[in-house]
Ligand binder design. Structure first.
Ligand SMILES: NC(=O)c1ccc[n+]([C@@H]2O[C@H](COP(=O)([O-])OP(=O)(O)OC[C@H]3O[C@@H](n4cnc5c(N)ncnc54)[C@H](OP(=O)(O)O)[C@@H]3O)[C@@H](O)[C@H]2O)c1
Length: 306
């Protein structure tokens, strides 16, 4: 089967398409034929090893000091169960699934992957019925991260929420999750993305290149930094007393409950993945080049199987 591997950190062309052996599911695993995956900004950072100096060494020790420990990238996927191990009870052949293989020792840039049915090692669920494979693949990382951070910020009904960097993957889900709680949402992004964020529900838009968002005439229950590019000290200027600042730069702890909740939000049409571009697996280098510009809107999908 085909897989995209990287054996050294570097520019997009370190990614190589190779033939590797198709995996066989263990007792407690399902074998998934992957239909779609994505290029997240996390994939791009890991490939190029683009981390701040303060965390460079610990992250490098975690992911591979001299070369990547995990040669296959890809943090989210959708596909169809092709085989199941003898002890598998929760899934059957033919089930359409979506997952994040972040905790496994392999990623999703490949045609087949084995995933344990149990939660501890992977996060896995039946694909939302109303989403296609491309949309479902783009749901886990951005959707779960936005949900985790809005829960951490104690999102409540009808609050005032400002989302800084609202046009990326995390930001696009954060707008929709906040709107599902009837929040009033101010989206900060560049003017070229105003239509996009309004289509996702933003009530008001601000261009960070033209206006200082900390001078806005409103106080917020939540300021959510979805791109890690604004400071808590700035956000504090527009927070209500007791309001919360959250940022994607903090650690997240995503689990099965988050996946179940975003599936429910998708199936009740409260959230919908925004897809910017879709590339075939053969064009993975071009897809990484594009995401590496830092200008993607929402999500970039890789079609693995037509
Ligand atoms: N902690 C976690 O678990 C976790 C999980 C997922 C992602 N992340 C991190 O979250 C960050 C965002 O990822 P993402 O995939 O959602 O988005 P992304 O692809 O990294 O961001 C793209 C968007 O960022 C906007 N942007 C760029 N510079 C900006 C600035 N100075 N101010 C405001 N907006 C700006 C761009 O909009 P314009 O063109 O309008 O500028 C573009 O739409 C990444 O750093 C990623 O590594 C962390």
């Amino acid at each position: 089967m085909k897989a995209v591997i990287y054996t050294k950190y570097g520019p997009p062309n370190v990614l190589k398409i190779v033939a590797i052996e198709k995996p066989q599911p263990k007792e407690d695993e399902i074998l998934v034929k992957i239909y779609a995956t994505t290029v997240t900004s996390g994939d791009v950072r890991l490939r190029g090893f683009d981390f701040p100096a303060l965390v460079w060494l610990p992250v490098r020790l975690m992911f591979g000091l001299f070369k990547p420990k995990k040669e296959i990238l890809g943090h989210e996927l959708s596909g169809v169960v092709e085989a199941v191990g003898n002890a598998v009870t929760k899934f059957k052949i033919g089930d359409e699934v979506f997952a994040t293989p972040t905790l496994l020792d392999t990623g999703a840039y490949t045609e087949y992957i084995c995933i344990p049915q149990e939660r501890e090692k992977g996060v896995l669920g039946l694909k939302p019925k109303n989403l296609g494979f491309k949309e479902a693949a783009a749901l886990p990382v951005g959707g779960m991260t936005a949900l985790f951070l809005l829960n951490k910020a104690k999102l409540g009904k009808g609050q005032q929420v400002l989302i800084y960097g609202a046009s990326g993957s995390v930001g696009s889900y954060a707008i929709q999750i906040a709107k599902a709680q009837e929040a009033t949402v101010v989206a900060v992004c560049s003017s070229s993305n105003f239509d996009m964020v309004k289509s996702l529900g933003a009530d008001r838009v601000l261009d960070y290149k033209k206006e200082d968002y900390t001078l806005i005439d409103t106080k917020f229950d939540i300021v959510f930094d979805a791109v890690g590019k604004t400071a808590k000290s700035d956000a504090r200027k527009i927070l209500k007393q007791g309001g919360n600042f959250v940022s994607i730069a903090s650690l997240t702890n995503l689990n099965q409950e988050h996946l179940n909740k975003i599936k429910e939000l998708a199936e009740t049409e409260k959230i919908k993945p925004y897809i910017d571009k879709c590339f075939p697996l053969a064009e993975i280098v071009a897809a990484h080049e594009y995401v590496g510009t830092g200008r993607k809107k929402g999500n970039v999908v890789i079609e693995v199987t037509k």
